[in-house]
Design a protein. Structure first.
Ligand code: IPM
Ligand code: MG
Length: 359
């Protein structure tokens, strides 16, 4: 198959980790007889430096013209003082909105080889950690109006959180469909004891539940969910939640699996064109030192093949190569246990070891 992939290398460790994912994609193409063409897209801080804005229209267009988009990470302290609408992160939000990728799927699954890296007690980890967070990605407080004004001699800041029935219903369906393909348990997370938008969320989820009698729906308040994720993560199969709650809970969920550096994510809408990225940020403190963990981005590339290009066996091959590399004892610094027969490697070598194990 011939496919066009837009590559957003981004800022900080972004370029290093994307480079490793490209090596892996090229190896897969070679073995399985595909041809992947790449188009580089400037987005984030580097685009601000080069073009004066985080995602110029011509760059966005390259993503819209592609078959799918692979992203490293954007942002960094260099652009901290850039005004709100021009921040690197705004490029990412603009891209998500323009691609209409309203459904962000973030797996929290422990690799058995990394169980020791989890900060949770072994008896909690042993019960199993394997759930999916389905995060609404193009609505809510991220996309409401934002304003800071002066009132009575002081600054007053406002961010609006809005959800429509239609927005809730379409992400709710993804939650139910995802649960249907797994252990058939869906937990809808909201703050309905305080927020109107959450009360609407809960109502729509229960309406939808009638169409999915095979899936068991439960409700959970977001503060309780944050607690349950560390107390007993084995209770979760699929969590569906709004944009900001999903942002926060998915960082927490990734950490209990050992390292945020190993977790990929997919963002999809109503077409097969998706946006794939690791869930971690640009880690400017370790950028350019060849110590970042490329596994999150490599697994994001596997998700891209699986969900956008319908290449299941190619995706399986990447995931197996990652697993085999971990079995062989290779670890980047973030997942290196203090003792044991492990070999500490940098970003490039981790990429090369995974690449060599693709079959
Ligand atoms: C994420 C990130 C982004 C978000 C930032 C970079 C805007 O934290 O993908 O989780 O908040 O969505
Ligand atoms: Mg986040």
């Amino acid at each position: 198959m011939e496919k066009n992939i837009a590559l957003i290398r981004g800022d900080g460790i972004g370029p290093e980790i994307v480079e490793q994912a490209v090596l892996i994609l090229n190896r897969v193409a070679e073995i399985y007889g595909h041809s992947f063409r790449y188009t580089d897209v400037d987005m984030g801080g580097n685009a601000i430096d080069k073009w004066g804005e985080p995602l110029p229209q011509a760059q966005l267009q390259k993503c819209l013209d592609s078959d799918s988009v692979l992203l490293g990470a954007v942002g960094g302290p260099k652009w901290n003082d850039v005004p709100g609408p021009m921040r690197p992160e705004k490029g990412l939000l603009k891209l998500r909105a323009a691609m209409e990728v309203y459904s962000n799927n973030r797996p929290a699954k422990i690799w058995p080889q990394l169980a020791g890296a989890s900060p949770l007690k072994p008896e909690i980890v042993e019960k199993g950690i394997d759930f999916m967070i389905v995060r609404e990605l193009t609505g809510g407080i991220y996309f409401g109006s934002h304003e800071t004004k002066q009132e009575n001699g002081q600054a007053v800041a406002t961010d609006i959180l809005t959800y429509s029935e239609a927005e809730i219903r379409r992400i709710g369906r993804i939650g139910f469909e995802t649960a249907r393909k797994r252990r058939k348990k869906l937990c809808s997370v909201e703050k309905s004891n305080v927020l109107d938008s959450s009360r609407l969320w809960k109502k729509i989820m229960h309406e939808l539940s009638e169409e999915y009698p095979d899936v068991t729906l439960t409700d959970m308040l977001v503060d309780n969910c944050a607690m349950q994720i560390v107390k007993d993560p084995s209770q979760f199969d699929v969590i569906v939640t709004e944009n900001m709650f999903g942002d926060i809970l998915s960082d927490e969920a990734s950490m209990i699996t050992g390292s945020i550096g190993t977790i990929p994510s997919s963002s999809l809408g109503s077409t097969t064109r998706g946006l794939y990225e690791p869930i971690h940020g640009s880690a400017p403190d370790i950028a350019g030192q060849d110590i970042a963990n490329p596994i999150g981005t490599i697994l994001a590339a596997a998700m891209l093949l699986r969900y956008s290009f319908d290449m299941a066996k190619e995706a399986d091959a990447i995931e197996k190569a990652v697993s085999d590399t971990l079995d062989a004892g290779f670890r980047t610094a973030d997942i290196l246990p203090p003792h044991g027969a492990f070999q500490k490697v940098g970003c490039k070598q981790m990429g090369a070891e995974i690449c060599a194990r693709i079959q």
